[in-house]
Design a protein around this ligand. Structure first.
Ligand code: GLN
Length: 480
């Protein structure tokens, strides 16, 4: 096995023993990028020189024998929605196509301080709006398992890069499923932490009450390790929670005995692919054999989740994206406009892609006088009920297991012409963001060569249980 195909935890052992250098690992990753990028298009920017320099710095720290930070020498890919000082951050949009941030996002600063090696900025749906990575201004990312299939989205580049050995770890963001769904479609592991667990400072905003930074990797252990590094209170993000962070790696060892797992009745009905369901149920029986107790629970308002999500997310997006006007950031049209309004209009018309424009229009509409009560306020009420359902379920069980996506990965082009079909892919993931909960996607097998993702949803700030259940499954099933 090449170095670029190994997990971070294995590589950390090898680095610690001095059997490999960070330079060896980083060169192996960069070589794989050269071989695969033509197919996967997982990156928008590859930061080769930065990576090699950071690898040499990491190797020097090993030689000097000082206190070694937790991710020292491990390559990481960063979703192009997180600001990186001095490195282009496009959000996969033409409107930010040449934007170079003057600062690092807190999550980026934390991984770099932990000694990680930044290999590049990954492809994504423009402004994180999408479920297939087909909405990128830089072309779609392609699934390394089969390039005719989508990677999922919006963190498709991060998931594809991990799956292809084009990085070891990756950062992503998840507003309605964008870490979990691409992780599922690319057969890797990805965790969206509790809202407030990881700082959003320096994350380009899509829907601020839903956005959360999280970790993608080859194993639950790798995700736990990365989550340990990026979590924590940040006074630069007023929604960041001032809570103690447990050691997520230590928590993994507790095993599955006695854990109560709920299966939400409303998630296993019509619309769920029968083969996906079989794989999920097989995984549930494995966990039962390991001593977990399985109970049925009900989330009666689940059916409002997609509507509530797409009203709230678009409303927030319409406000967040108002700042791109050709004055403050990035792109400005050079068309011949008559006045300032004309410049704004032309810049936004040329700079944003179709899906982003659709959402800005929808969001503006639901917030406008006369429609606010009928749509936005109603959606907020539904959001409260969806959250109450989870509160009730968590009085009975410790975590929930559901599919990540109702279907297997789909082909490029299959859903892009029909936005509603695309939105329905998010049916099992958006409620988690509406309720601010932690959830992880792990692989639980394949159907016809295509991976199936299993979702574990936890109580707020109880990532420990989510990771622990995922780890038990990973060990007993041998899926990584
Ligand atoms: N697919 C969802 C959307 O398009 C979620 C995206 C995300 O989590 N960023 O909004």
């Amino acid at each position: 096995m090449e170095l670029c195909d190994q997990s971070a935890s294995e590589l950390i052992k090898l680095l610690g023993k001095g059997e490999v250098s960070s330079r060896d690992i980083t060169e192996s990753v960069l070589k794989r990028i050269d071989e695969k990028e033509g197919t996967t298009n997982a990156y928008i920017t590859v930061t080769r020189d930065i990576a090699l320099k950071q690898a040499d710095d990491a190797d020097r720290r090993f030689r000097e024998g000082k206190k070694i930070p937790n991710l020292n020498g491990i390559p990481i890919a960063i979703k192009d929605i997180l600001c990186t000082k001095g490195t282009k951050t496009t959000c996969a949009s033409k409107i930010l196509g040449s934007y170079i941030p003057p600062y690092d996002a807190t999550a980026v600063q934390k991984v770099l301080r932990a000694g990680a090696v930044m290999v590049g900025k990954t492809n994504m749906d423009e402004f994180a709006m999408g479920s297939s990575n087909e909405n990128s201004a830089f072309g779609p990312a392609r699934n390394p398992i089969n390039p005719e299939y989508v990677t999922g989205g919006s963190s498709g580049g991060s998931a594809a890069a991990v799956a292809a050995g084009e990085t070891i770890l990756a950062l992503g963001t998840d507003t309605g499923g964008s870490i979990r769904q691409p992780s599922a479609y690319c057969g890797i592991t990805g965790i969206k932490p509790t809202y407030g667990r990881v700082s959003r400072y320096g994350v380009i905003a899509y829907a601020s009450s839903l956005d959360q930074v999280g970790a993608l990797g080859r194993s639950v252990e790798d995700c736990a390790m990365l989550l340990n590094v990026i979590s924590g209170h940040d006074r630069l993000d007023t929604t960041s929670a001032d809570v103690k962070r447990p050691d997520f790696l230590k928590g993994l060892k507790k095993g599955g005995k006695g854990i109560k797992i709920g299966l939400p009745r409303e998630y296993f009905i019509e619309g769920l692919d029968a083969e996906v369901k079989n794989q999920i149920m097989a995984a549930v029986s494995l966990l039962e054999k390991e001593g977990a107790e399985i109970l049925e629970v009900s989330l009666p308002h689940a059916r409002y989740a997609i509507s509530a999500y797409y009203l709230i997310a678009t409303a927030e997006a319409s406000s967040n994206l108002a700042r791109y006007d050709g004055v403050k950031y990035g792109y400005r049209s050079d068309a011949d406009f008559d006045d300032l309004i004309g410049m704004y209009e032309e810049t936004r018309n040329e700079g944003f892609g179709t899906e982003v424009k659709r959402r800005i229009m929808l969001g503006t509409y639901v917030l406008s006088a006369g429609y606010y009560d009928a749509y936005y306020l109603k959606a907020q009420k539904a959001r409260a009920l969806i959250k109450q359902d989870f509160d009730a379920a968590f009085r009975e069980v410790d975590c929930l297991i559901t599919p990540v996506s109702p279907t297997l990965p789909f082909r490029l082009g299959e859903k892009i012409a029909d936005p509603l079909q695309m939105y329905l892919v998010d049916i099992y993931t958006v409620s988690v963001n509406l309720s601010g909960l932690p959830a992880m996607s792990i692989n639980c097998g394949t159907v016809g060569g295509l991976p199936v993702g299993l979702q574990i949803i936890g109580k707020a700030f109880d990532e420990e249980t989510v990771l622990r259940v995922g780890h038990v499954h990973e060990i007993i099933s041998g899926h990584k």
